[in-house]
Design a protein around this ligand. Structure first.
Ligand code: ZN
Length: 144
């Protein structure tokens, strides 16, 4: 499979091998009506192995989710079979509704109407903390 097989849609490339499913879930791609392909462990000269997600529709991909999970990814927008845009991904300063606070005493645990919101406190970690209780978000390499 390659980019050429999509006429209009999005290709998320250079996903760190193994993170394709995480992105699929966090981006809510299971709720799409169009076809979505996750290609795992594709040989990559740059990365060794990588995952690729192909979405057969030009949806608005949440770049904050991408930046949080895997800032090295490339988002390619395909129209009429041609690559028309490559989106640059950056580490998001604020995460809205991407991850949940784990602190049982956090106000978001007792008041579900309060949005889940985290801010970047250390770009080198990266470390995200809940804006309400300052609890540290789980690092991506920790298991759920
Ligand atoms: Zn919290």
């Amino acid at each position: 499979m390659n980019i050429d097989s999509i006429k209009n849609g999005i290709v998320i490339d250079h996903i760190t091998a193994g993170r394709g499913m995480t992105l699929y879930n966090l981006l809510g791609l299971d709720s799409l009506d169009c076809s979505v392909a996750i290609i795992k462990n594709v040989a990559s000269s740059k990365m060794g192995k990588k995952d690729i997600i192909k979405i057969d529709s030009e949806i608005d991909v949440d770049l904050d989710v991408l930046g949080y999970v895997d800032p090295g990814v490339t988002v390619n927008v395909i129209r009429n079979g041609a690559l028309v845009e490559k989106k640059k991904i950056e580490l998001p300063l604020i995460l809205n509704g991407v991850i949940r606070c784990r602190n049982p005493r956090c106000i978001t645990s007792t008041e579900p109407s309060i949005p889940q919101r985290f801010r970047l406190t250390d770009p080198n970690g990266p470390v995200y903390r809940c804006v309400w209780c300052e609890a540290r978000a789980k690092a991506k390499n920790e298991n759920e």
